[in-house]
Design a protein around this ligand. Sequence first.
Ligand code: FNR
Length: 349
Amino acid sequence: MNRKDEHLNLALDFHKEEKQSDFDNIDFIHNVFSEINMDSVDLKTNIAGYDLSHPFHINGMTGGSELTKKFNQKLAILARETNTLMGLGSLSIALRDESTQDSFKIARKENPNGIIFANLGADKTLEDAKKACEIIDADGIQIHVNVCQEIVMPEGERQFSGWLDNISKIVDGLGLPVLIKEVGFGMSKSAIKSLKEIGVTTIDVSGKGGTNFAKIENSRRTNYKYNFLENYGNSTVVSLLEAQEYVKNTDIIASGGIRNSMDIVKSLSLGAKSVAMAGRFLRLVNELEMEAAIEEVNNWKYQIKSIMTLLGAKNISELQNTDIILINNVREWAELRNIDVKKLANRKK
Ligand code: FNR
């Protein structure tokens, strides 16, 4: 089986049970007097220079084979019908093998006016990024940084020098928004600082807690297993805490293990401007007919509005002034990293 199909099938397999999450270590304070009406809640946000009608999107996943083409088609229809930004999977294969380009182009064909991001690894050049964007007439590109995945991947890359330089050239020369993302191992303060220093303004922390690429790649190994990396990485919540000093002047995106609308609202409240989901959208289009999938996504919008009403937040910026209480290991992490937990717990004016 080719690698793209294997990733897709393993991602679906490894998601059978709802897991415990660091999101369970964040509490809101119950707001007895909401004093706002649900129809006054505004879900609008803006990332990478694009206005979004709601604060979540489809993260980069797939393409490169017949099976993944079918998934890209479904995801693109869902994106079109729900007005959702969508990222495609790495187009590296489309640069090497023209015959695979259709599996990506299908997204643009189904959603000619939607916001669609291309995707490549940080080992790629500015020329590669330009070509990848041309193939799908992209509105921007996601560049993934995935050292841990490459390390565990049997046929993975072993040279990691020069990534920041590649990213810097792409940011300076592409002429389209560039979003840097992890793939489920999270980001630290210093990673975000390094990206900011080279002009990156949109960063998806993509933390641990959802699709687990250490596990996926490890299961593709026949020997020299990397079981000890299966729990490696920083959770999405921890990564958002790490990003605190940047949330005001950077488009921080939360992703990695987003299970439900409450996880979305908690991420937004920690400063994310949008919340991306990969595994969850993959399962949605795998399990439901299109009409039901569309209804489900529209229901998420309604649920987010409900939670914001409950918290008395009319928009995302007000949500970011809601008090949040960090408990257990998340609190310990914040304290050790000099992140002011008391300030987060007492933000409301
Ligand atoms: C991914 N992801 C991914 N990311 C990326 O930047 N380029 C890629 O090609 C892929 N490929 C891919 C395939 C499949 C099948 C899945 C499920 C995911 C990673 C994805 O964008 C995201 O960062 C992680 O999956 C964590 O989010 P979830 O799945 O926990 O919501």
